[in-house]
Design a protein around this ligand. Structure first.
Ligand code: PHE
Length: 340
């Protein structure tokens, strides 16, 4: 019996002095393992004289139960202190200032595209997105330019290795797509997007550039509507006292065709270096939709008429900000881009 008391005392002392998980595990296998002290003590019941056996057995069991309970409590406490320690050492200071994220911005072309879109949206024009890869048929033929038509010279073209498939040289083929989709309903849309031309890159021309095409089709759409629309647009974008003039021009897909000029932003018509002394700046090509094109779009030209215009977005930005070289737009130079 005194052996048992001694065993209990020693086991409890060792348990209370083991402070980490490894210590606890070692304690458990020392006392409760296969060859542990407790199973050994319980086994000894058979060696005890019969008269004391019952009491010894009861005492051995009491000690065993007690130690198991003490061990579990100790284990519980140890994981709690462990958790508290980890929470303290890995604490996150939520009051530290964050690392600032450098904010990007919209490219000047995107900004201006959105301004232009917003102005036309106010006048009831919807945006129609049209493909950048076209076929010869839609980019040229259906716009009243059969193969070998001399006007094709105005649009130097990137052809793909698939015959007849090319990068669109203007947004005008979108007119065909939108007309075929909407006919015979009236149309009032703009068609913004990238265009491509196989050209020498200079301060005035790039091999890729954006255009905004406009198209209105309906009954009684007239040249007056075209002029009014363009004038309203120019005044919204460039200032209320802008004047607009139209000159006759030629495009195969409009009849009559016009070129639209705006009085010079800088000198208001007196003549300066921006307008090269003329007092006027060219802003877009336009005209009344050619009957052949209306027909190709599914509209009866004896009932319907329409106007169309097309402007180069980068040219417009150049006028707005006094940019003198179109190559800046896609050169990816932050010194240029950060200014907008
Ligand atoms: N597509 C013509 C160009 O790229 C512009 C234009 C559009 C002219 C619509 C008239 C009507 O030069």
């Amino acid at each position: 019996m005194s052996d048992l008391a001694e065993l209990e005392k020693q086991a409890l002392a060792e348990l209370n002095s083991s402070s980490d998980e490894t210590g606890l595990r070692a304690w458990h296998s020392k006392y409760f393992g296969k060859h542990g002290a407790i199973p050994a003590a319980v086994k000894k019941v058979s060696e005890v004289p019969p008269a004391e056996r019952r009491a010894y057995g009861q005492e051995a069991n009491r000690i065993k139960e007690g130690l198991i309970k003490a061990y579990e409590e100790r284990q519980q406490k140890q994981s709690e202190t462990q958790l508290a320690r980890e929470l303290q050492s890995d604490a996150l200071d939520v009051t530290l200032p964050g690392r600032p994220i450098r904010r990007g911005r919209l490219h000047v072309a995107t900004q201006d595209m959105r301004r232009i879109t917003a102005i036309f949206a106010d006048m009831g024009f919807q945006v129609y997105r049209s493909r950048e890869v076209e076929d010869d048929l839609t980019n040229f033929e259906l716009l009243n330019m059969p193969p070998h038509h001399p006007a094709r010279d105005m649009w130097d073209t990137f052809h793909t290795t698939t015959g007849g498939v090319l990068l669109r040289t203007h947004t005008s083929p979108g007119q065909i797509h939108v007309m075929r989709e909407c006919c015979p309903k009236p149309i009032r849309v703009i068609l913004p997007g990238m265009c491509f031309r196989y050209e020498a890159i200079t301060t005035r021309s790039e091999i890729m550039f954006q255009q905004v095409e406009g198209l209105a089709v309906g009954e009684n759409v007239s040249m007056t509507d075209l002029k009014g629309t363009i004038t309203a647009f120019a005044r919204r974008l460039f200032g209320n006292d802008r004047k607009v003039r139209i000159r006759s021009s030629y495009f195969p897909f409009t009849e009559p065709s016009i070129e639209v000029d705006m009085d010079c932003l800088v000198c208001a018509g007196k003549g300066c270096s921006l307008c090269k002394g003329t007092g006027w700046l060219e802003i877009m090509g336009a005209g009344m939709v050619h009957p052949v094109v209306l027909k190709n779009g599914g509209y009866d030209p004896s009932r319907f008429s329409g106007f169309a215009f097309g402007m180069g977005v980068q040219r417009i930005s150049m006028l707005l900000y006094g940019i003198d070289d179109i190559r800046y737009f896609w050169a990816n130079d932050l010194r240029f881009l950060n200014q907008f």
